[in-house]
Write a protein that binds this ligand. Structure first.
Ligand code: NAD
Length: 428
């Protein structure tokens, strides 16, 4: 008799997924790395990958199992750092790619971290609060053998937030017998979180958006902005653009798309999303049923701030924006990048555009170690300075080498990572 077993998702054919996009990006940058190219294989191999079973008792007494991951892509420049995602489509390939993009991002903006990422393959909307807490705590316990304030520091990502970080911090602290606030960032302020962290990624997107607009001769006041994803990143970015006088003409989330050519009332939309969980049903705009139409919306600035692999060969040619700000990680495939480049669309890559979150996470971690907390003005000033400097350095290199901003950012980052690797040498 043949017994049919369920094949674990990391062994099924999800394909190479986002990890394939990342590998192609590394191939594109390799010719620019000079002698460091002999170390480039380091970038193509995650240092450590942990796959864990996360069992919980459901409220009805049944037992459910979820698959969890923590990938430490590279720690040459410092401890691993990167978010934790709870989503039904999480795969090992996705977490590998996200961890690698963290290595590149942390080096591109020069914060002293390597790259890591984690996730659980689960739709958290199907869990009660109690189940969510039990799952988070068990996951934290399982990955507890490789995380720590000096080893690898998780943070929020899609469908995770301050509350999840509080549970993670508490679980880790309970297991080791003393409070370790620096084990995660993106915590509530009352537990050692940083002022400005919640808004940091969206604020960083806005700051580099303003820099890119100057380069393109575009006035933010009156500019038309379209945003995909209205969560932490997209919601804040939309708010800041709207406060600066831009018109947010389209917003898409996982359920619906709302448009209004004269500009949506972002504060009212946020209140609607807080109350209902989605932009669907918002009365201050027109809902369109064909999701693909979002990409062809008449806009100046497009902010993909949802998931990876959204801008592809299927829709890249229809994009009318002058500037794309990648709030999400990995939203654009390499082939789509080429189409956008040919069409003169300026793409500010994820590893620069959304680096505001990890930058303020770095501030939070530093504040936790010193137990001395900064004002929100100090945080925002330092964040703005780092984002502008990173953008300018990458812009200048792109001009000098005649490459895209993505390739320039990867040159800066890979050079830093591989120099560190070379100087440290191979152990033993
Ligand atoms: P979030 O959970 O707060 O919000 C995600 C948003 O994306 C929601 O509005 C959701 O409805 C929408 N969405 C999900 N699937 C979608 C789909 N198929 N089509 C359209 N919209 C969809 O998550 P977040 O923290 O805002 O993260 C969004 C992106 O930004 C992710 O790629 C994440 O890795 C990246 N990012 C987040 C941070 C951070 O600090 N939170 C930092 C850097 C990068």
């Amino acid at each position: 008799m043949t017994i049919k077993h369920e094949v674990p998702s990391y062994l099924t054919q999800h394909g190479i997924g986002p990890w394939g996009d990342y590998l192609e990006q590394i191939d594109r940058v390799t010719p620019y790395l000079g002698n460091l190219a002999r170390w480039v294989e380091t970038m193509k191999r995650p240092k450590r990958m942990l796959i864990v079973d996360v069992p919980i008792e459901r409220d009805d007494g049944t037992i459910a199992h979820f698959e969890g991951y923590r990938v430490q892509h590279n720690t040459s420049r410092g401890p691993g750092k990167g978010g934790v995602r709870f989503h039904q489509d999480v795969t090992l390939s996705e977490v590998m790619a996200l961890s690698a993009w963290m290595t590149v991002k942390n080096a591109a903006v020069n914060v002293p971290y390597g790259g890591a990422k984690g996730g659980i393959r689960v739709d958290p909307k199907t869990l009660s609060q109690g189940e969510l807490q039990r799952m988070t705590r068990r996951y934290t316990s399982e990955i507890g053998i490789i995380i720590g304030p000096n080893k690898d520091i998780p943070a929020p990502d899609v469908n995770t937030n301050e509350q999840i970080m509080a549970w993670m911090m508490d679980t880790y602290s309970m297991n080791q017998g003393s409070t370790a606030s620096g084990v995660v960032t993106g915590k509530p302020i009352s537990l050692g979180g940083s002022l400005g962290r919640r808004e940091a990624t969206g604020r960083g997107v806005f700051v580099v958006g303003c820099e890119a607009a100057v380069k393109r001769g575009l006035n933010i006041h009156g500019a038309k902005v379209a945003v995909q994803g209205f969560g932490n990143v997209g919601g804040i970015a939309a708010r800041l653009f709207s406060e600066a006088g831009a018109k947010v003409v389209a917003v898409q989330d996982h359920i619906s798309t709302v448009i209004r050519s004269s500009g949506l009332d972002v504060a009212a939309l946020q209140a609607h999303v807080n109350a209902t969980g989605s932009v669907a049903g918002f009365s201050g705009g027109e809902e369109i049923s064909d999701r693909a139409q979002f990409w062809a919306v008449d806009c100046d600035i497009l902010v993909p701030a949802a998931l990876e692999q959204q801008i592809t060969v299927e829709n890249a040619a229809s994009i009318r924006a002058k500037i794309i700000l990648e709030g999400a990680n990995g939203p654009t495939s390499p082939a789509a990048d080429d189409i956008l480049h040919e069409n003169g669309v300026l793409v500010v890559p994820d590893v620069i555009a959304n680096a505001g979150g990890v930058t303020v996470s770095y501030f939070e971690w530093v504040q936790d170690f010193s137990s001395f907390f900064w004002t929100e003005d100090e945080i925002n000033l330092r964040l703005t300075r780092i984002m502008r400097e990173a953008f300018t350095a990458v812009w200048q290199l792109a001009e000098e080498k005649k490459v895209s901003l993505r390739t320039a950012a990867f040159i800066v980052a890979c050079t830093r990572v591989l120099q560190a690797r070379e100087m440290r040498g191979l152990y033993p």
